[in-house]
Design a protein around this ligand. Structure first.
Ligand SMILES: [Zn+2]
Ligand SMILES: [Zn+2]
Length: 339
């Protein structure tokens, strides 16, 4: 089978490898659709500390069961599967506390390599974070399970009141998914971005937008909120400038959520008085829990909104080099690799 290997920055090789055997309790899944995401693009550009070269990559996918390991009774060969690339251990301190996104081993035991003909889904994922894809859900929709799980976890951590005024900063896939989910939940959601084609896409999805290249964002948000500022603000740009700006964009008693990560050694500064006297809370969602994955699957199932509108390009696996070259050049939002 073919597997795309990232061998050095900006260099992908499609290699021929032996078809893996399914582990006991696990499965080999024939990938049907794999989606690109920001982490993959970052790894493509400059490598990733947790992914030493050469490395398989790609983690948002859906497919069909190709082979099953001993002891699996919930699945049949040929069935369509929607799953994520990780699952918590269920026994560590954090799992016992219900903070499974922080599970000691959730990152160590995640799987990469969805840009391939097939991928091994180990038992801990197959038993905990995998779902039977219904006929009416497309493989492309099902491949959104992982990014949507991150966004559901992010939303749940915010614990917003009904009909909150929420600003999402960032016009990438995660910004769009947040804004779509908030709008679906009945919040007053606005997407703040800079790129005209992304803002046009957001508007076509029914989202309110603010063009940060043309407007003072704080002023635009005050206008929308009777001068108070947003109830909540979700940072999805992963830039230190926006992290530092964020506390000034919410109302007194508002909450800022840092969804977009910064480099490990980055430092940011806030005015202490804003946090203390105005009770501005800062939170920082990471990854997701099985609860969030189940909610995300329910959202996909009910077609709460059309995630696939975020797919800007489609490529066959043998053109994965072109897919990343285009994304690297700033073309497109999310590419679907069809296997
Ligand atoms: Zn655990
Ligand atoms: Zn992802």
């Amino acid at each position: 089978m073919r597997v795309a290997m990232l061998v050095s920055p900006r260099s992908i090789e499609l290699r021929e490898v032996a078809m893996p055997e399914p582990p006991p309790g696990g499965a080999v899944v024939a990938v049907r659709v794999a989606l690109t995401d920001g982490t993959d693009l970052k790894a493509y550009r400059r490598g990733h500390p947790q992914m030493p070269f050469p490395t398989p990559f790609g983690h948002e996918f859906s497919g069909e069961i190709l082979a099953l390991g001993a002891g699996v009774s919930e699945w049949r060969v040929g069935e369509a599967i929607a799953c994520v690339h990780s699952a918590p251990c269920g026994i560590c301190f954090w799992c016992a506390a219900g903070e499974e996104e922080l599970c000691e081993s959730v990152m160590d035991r995640k799987i990469l390599g969805a840009y391939a003909d097939a991928i091994v889904v180990p038992p801990h994922i197959l038993s905990r974070n995998a779902f039977h894809k219904p006929e009416e859900m497309t493989f492309a929709e099902a491949a959104f399970l992982e990014p949507l799980s991150c966004v559901v976890h992010s939303r749940d951590l915010l614990a917003m009141r009904r009909r909150s005024n929420v600003a999402v900063f960032g016009d990438g896939g995660f910004g769009m998914l947040h804004a779509l989910l908030f709008a679906r939940d009945g919040h007053e959601s606005v997407l703040v971005g800079r790129r005209p084609e992304r803002l046009a896409l957001a508007a076509s999805l029914g989202l309110a937008t603010i063009d940060a290249s043309a407007r003072d964002v704080a002023e635009a948000l005050r206008e929308r909120t009777g001068g108070r500022g947003a109830d909540a603000m979700v940072e999805c740009t992963g830039t230190a400038e926006v992290w530092e700006l964020a506390p000034s964009l919410v109302r007194r008693g508002g909450v800022v959520s840092f969804f977009g990560g910064l480099p490990a050694d980055a430092r940011v500064a806030f005015r202490a008085a804003r946090l203390h006297y105005d009770e501005v809370r800062l939170i920082s969602p990471f990854h997701f829990t099985p609860r969030a994955v189940a909610s995300a699957f329910a959202l996909l199932r009910e077609r709460a909104f059309d995630c696939t509108r975020l797919i800007s390009h489609r490529y066959r696996l043998d053109r994965i080099v072109d897919a990343f070259a285009a994304l690297d050049a700033g073309i497109g939002l999310k590419a679907a690799i069809e296997v």
